[in-house]
Ligand binder design. Structure first.
Ligand SMILES: [Cu+2]
Length: 144
């Protein structure tokens, strides 16, 4: 059993480093939410050497992490949950305020400026998981 666990862990590690070679994640940050808010938005830039998709995001700091798009329709701001974000080889994809973002739902403790929020990004090529990349998103106050 212990041996199996070790094999499993080793496999996981191989996967993580493989994806890190494939996908570069930069400028990861979380917008400081208003006090007592149950959600917080996170932003980052992804660049992949191959065409693949970001299929899920998890964080030990929040109950759920969703991928959202944001748009304005008839003057009303709308957010929509996305199942995946497509990455085109060599084309950076930027998640930024007013557009695509990650939504941290029910943070486990109140976020403060300077906190580091770990995010684990899982990538797929077609239906196959190619690996995961972990990043630390820094909590920053929104610029006014
Ligand atoms: Cu959202």
């Amino acid at each position: 059993m212990r041996k199996l666990m070790l094999v499993f862990l080793t496999l996981m590690m191989v996967q993580v480093s493989y994806a890190a070679d494939l996908v570069k994640v930069t400028d990861a940050w979380v917008r400081l939410p208003p006090p007592s808010a149950q959600i917080a938005a996170a932003y980052l830039t992804l660049e992949s050497k191959q065409t693949l998709s970001l299929s899920s995001v998890t964080s030990p700091a929040a109950e759920v992490v969703e991928m959202h798009s944001m748009s304005t329709k008839n003057g009303v701001m709308q957010m929509r949950q996305l199942k995946a974000l497509k990455l085109v080889a060599g084309k950076p994809l930027t998640l930024e305020p007013g557009g695509l973002h990650l939504m941290l739902i029910n943070p486990k403790k109140p976020l403060q400026v300077g906190d580091k929020v770990p995010l684990l990004l899982t990538f797929k090529q077609g239906k196959r998981v190619v690996g995961a990349v972990s990043v630390q998103a820094i909590v920053k106050a929104p610029a006014h």
